[in-house]
Write a protein of this length. Sequence first.
Length: 152
Amino acid sequence: DFYAMNKRTLRVYGFLEDATGRLLIAFERFRGLPLVKFPGGGIEWGESHQTALCREFQEELGLHIAVGPCLFFNDFAVQSAIDPEVQVQSFFYAVRALEPLDSLVTSEVREVPENDGERFVWVPAEEVLKLPFTFEIEQAASRAWAASKTPQ
């Protein structure tokens, strides 16, 4: 019925760059699904976007961040790949690390792990738009991030 289809999930993601302009990308397997995305995740009840994003970076990367401006959000309807009864809205923010990035555990391997889990990879700015982002939202967000880097 109409009300059963009225579920939404709000998600937040961060564009984290290192000193050389590389962008941190997450290669993840979640419930068996291969995902190429940005670091971040779901907003819990009662959380602000900024609080949720700080929590996600702390949980996933052990990193304290400051949240900057929102560079993109999807203003088009997207059905969740995890639960077809849910519509997804994602917000993408510029973030910066509040501590040195040399302690981050990252990989050179641009592949989704075999088992559930995440692998974080620094990707040079000029290669970001060539990445096989899993979902339309991330593809659009990566274009918005690239546009934010181009002098107007």
